[in-house]
Design a protein around this ligand. Structure first.
Ligand SMILES: Nc1ncnc2c1ncn2[C@@H]1O[C@H](COP(=O)(O)OP(=O)(O)OP(=O)(O)O)[C@@H](O)[C@H]1O
Ligand SMILES: [Mg+2]
Length: 289
């Protein structure tokens, strides 16, 4: 069985290459031949449909190049994760819709009305409606973002309006602030419908617990309820594997977000568990070898 590891052509961070190395090494360990390909390596016209390339049995798609992923799937290539699940995770609005459909508990969430570059959000009536239900402080997040950088806690209408104006036409969500979870959450790593490793992440100086944003981590055993909601969230989105952020709610765990390409190097450092090995074994199982 042979596969590709498809990665972005332009991102040159060590943070990413470390993940690629871990996946390639895990492949070698169990005899799954894995070849790294950048999106430029397999660049071709839509009409030629990758005809100059011999497509492998499967590909691990470690990018968010949804159009490329969709084209490859149309040619019959099985992607881990699928284009649809990556697309859902890459947009916090779409994630909220998919989780709601799957009956998964999430913070009460409003999606921003569509804005256009020439106008932005010129009328804040929608914010008045969100304020009525959410009150302050309120969490506002751009639909696309990572490492906690596009996640904000606003304390009043003035701060909310200024922030929303700075987004211009970019979509965002307005969300209930889960106060019980201030500065802490659980990263639950799921592969093939099973929890393989969990971490408790905390930050005493910020409501966001992301490690890249200065948070700390420690090994953690997810409770049954946390494990169940993380597994259910992956099922609802159709993910083979993911890093799921679980908040502490008054009445039990709540899903914060789901990452289709989790930075599992931090999980490895914290727990000694290598998610790459689980991902490869899962693929081998699904592909029947
Ligand atoms: N509604 C909320 N209530 C309380 N805390 C929250 C809420 N939403 C987010 N947080 C905190 O902010 C952090 C970052 O939020 P989120 O995971 O949605 O964004 P991100 O930037 O996409 O993160 P990642 O790098 O994991 O993709 C969470 O891990 C959590 O600690
Ligand atoms: Mg997160």
């Amino acid at each position: 069985m042979n596969g590709w590891l498809i990665v972005n052509s332009f991102v040159k961070w060590d943070k990413f290459s470390e993940i690629y190395e871990l996946l390639l090494d895990a492949g070698k360990k169990v005899g799954v031949s894995l070849e790294m390909k950048t999106s430029s390596d397999i660049f071709c016209s839509v009409q030629s449909e990758f005809s100059s390339l011999k497509l492998p049995d499967f590909a691990i798609f470690w990018d968010k190049d949804i159009l490329l992923a969709k084209r490859l799937e149309k040619m019959g290539l099985r992607l881990f994760n699928t284009s649809e699940s990556i697309e859902t995770c890459d947009d916090k609005g779409q994630t909220a819709i998919a989780l709601q459909e799957g009956g998964i508990r999430t913070p009460l969430t409003f999606l921003s009305p569509k804005a256009y570059p020439a106008f932005g959000c010129t009328d804040m009536t929608f914010l008045r409606k969100a304020e009525e239900k959410l009150g302050y402080p309120m969490v506002i997040k751009e639909n696309r973002g990572s490492f906690g950088q596009q996640v904000h806690l606003v304390n009043n209408s003035y701060e909310a309006e200024r922030l929303i104006a700075s987004f211009k036409e970019h979509p965002f969500i307005m969300q209930e602030y889960i106060e019980e979870s201030a500065g802490r959450d659980v990263r639950v790593n799921v592969v093939g419908g099973r929890v393989v490793a969990s971490m408790y992440r905390f930050n005493d100086n910020d409501f966001r617990s992301n490690i890249t944003n200065g948070g700390s981590m420690k090994k953690y055993e997810a409770s049954e309820a946390q494990a169940k909601i993380a597994i259910d969230a992956c099922k609802a989105i159709g993910l083979d594997f993911a890093g799921v952020d679980v908040l502490f709610g008054k009445e039990g765990p709540i899903i914060c977000e789901v990452n289709s390409n989790p930075h599992f190097k931090t999980t490895l450092e914290c727990t000694g568990i290598n998610m790459a090995e689980h991902i490869i074994s899962h693929i081998a199982e699904v592909m029947g070898s």
